[in-house]
Design a binder for this molecule. Structure first.
Ligand SMILES: Nc1nc2c(c(=O)[nH]1)N[C@H]1C(S)=C(S)[C@@H](COP(=O)(O)O)O[C@H]1N2
Ligand SMILES: [Mo]
Length: 313
């Protein structure tokens, strides 16, 4: 692995922060309220005319350097394309248009969105979030997307809705992993409606100021950064509000190791390894893992009264 030693005088972020991100920071430093910063016209990045990455939301600070783009886009988990980390070339075959996302179940206004209509309708912003895989590696990525809450508001959850089920694409001709028929395809994940409505729950459509790449879950993935990465379903095709707790892909395979909640806790080991620390992708550093991946101030309240649940696995 490529390991670079940083000299003391270097400002680490300067070598990894692309221009468009600097704009968001400058706007925020300029004393504009977030709402004001959001209302400014976006500068069109020269290379990506069609994609609007949004302005950076300064509320969520990752506390670590942004991972080099090359690492985040070439070291992936996407089992539909294969079980090793180097699936990024295979994933190029994923056809991203036309693409529809069905939003249904216990909602007042079920709808099938063409992905581009969804992107038009939703408030796009950028958030620099951590991602912690249950395998104990982690990264920090400037994701572009919109709060899941905005989509929930658009379809109107009914009073009986308690859970959100995320179903991801399963395209036989394109995804060689589907031939491994012992896996319970399609990849399904889920959370409670309350978790989904938390402001941290983010629907990702871009990264590093560009359209999301297939290996990272294009054209639409979910990301809840206080949970292990396997909760973050890629290439979503259907989002369903349900009364019953959805059974997830990993839970179906190995419930003792990969449960429904999967909140990050350094003190609760995976049955086969410790979760106390994590390997930072691209640098080789080993750093302590934080409770709720460092997002406790935003999400801990969601779990008051749920202590009897297996919240950490
Ligand atoms: N459809 C689908 N989504 C998926 C996976 C997968 O195999 N298939 N892997 C998950 C796991 S285990 C992790 S850690 C993250 C990895 O996201 P990244 O490759 O963008 O880092 O995607 C998650 N989403
Ligand atoms: Mo993962």
């Amino acid at each position: 692995m490529f390991i670079r030693k940083r000299r003391g005088w270097e400002i680490p972020e300067s070598r990894v922060t692309p221009e468009h991100l600097v704009f968001g920071r400058r706007a925020a430093l300029g004393g504009l309220a977030l709402g004001g910063a959001m209302a400014l016209a976006n500068p069109a990045p020269a290379a990506e005319e069609a994609f609007n990455p949004g302005l950076r939301n300064m509320r969520y600070r990752p506390g670590r350097d942004v991972t080099a783009e090359r690492n985040a886009t070439t070291y992936n988990n996407y089992y539909e394309f294969g079980t090793d980390k180097g699936i990024y070339r295979a994933a190029e075959r994923l056809p991203l248009r036309p693409w529809t996302v069905q939003v249904d179940g216990l909602v007042d206004r079920p709808r099938e969105y063409a992905i581009d209509d969804l992107l038009q309708a939703m408030p796009i912003e950028e958030r620099v979030y951590r991602l912690r895989c249950v395998e104990a590696w982690s990264m920090v990525v400037p994701w572009s997307g919109f709060p899941l809450k905005a989509l929930l508001d658009a379809v109107g959850p009914q009073s009986g809705a308690k859970y959100v089920r995320f179903e991801t694409a399963a395209l036989r001709g394109v995804m060689p992993g589907l031939r491994q028929s012992w896996y319970p395809w399609p990849y399904v994940e889920g959370c409670t409606l309350e978790e989904a409505a938390n402001d941290l729950s983010f629907m990702v459509v871009g990264a590093y100021g560009k359209k999301l790449l297939p290996q990272n879950g294009a054209p639409l993935r979910v990301h809840q950064p206080w949970k292990y990465g396997f909760k973050a379903g890629k290439s979503l095709v259907r989002i369903t509000l349900t009364a019953e707790r959805p059974k997830s892909f990993w839970e179906a395979i190995q419930p003792q190791e990969y449960g429904f909640w999967a909140n990050i806790n350094p003190e609760v080991s995976h049955p086969r390894w410790s979760q106390a620390s994590e390997r930072v992708l691209g640098t080789g550093e080993r750093v302590p893992t934080q409770l709720f991946n460092g997002y406790g101030e935003f999400v801990a309240d969601l779990y008051a009264g749920l202590q009897q649940e297996r919240l950490w696995a």
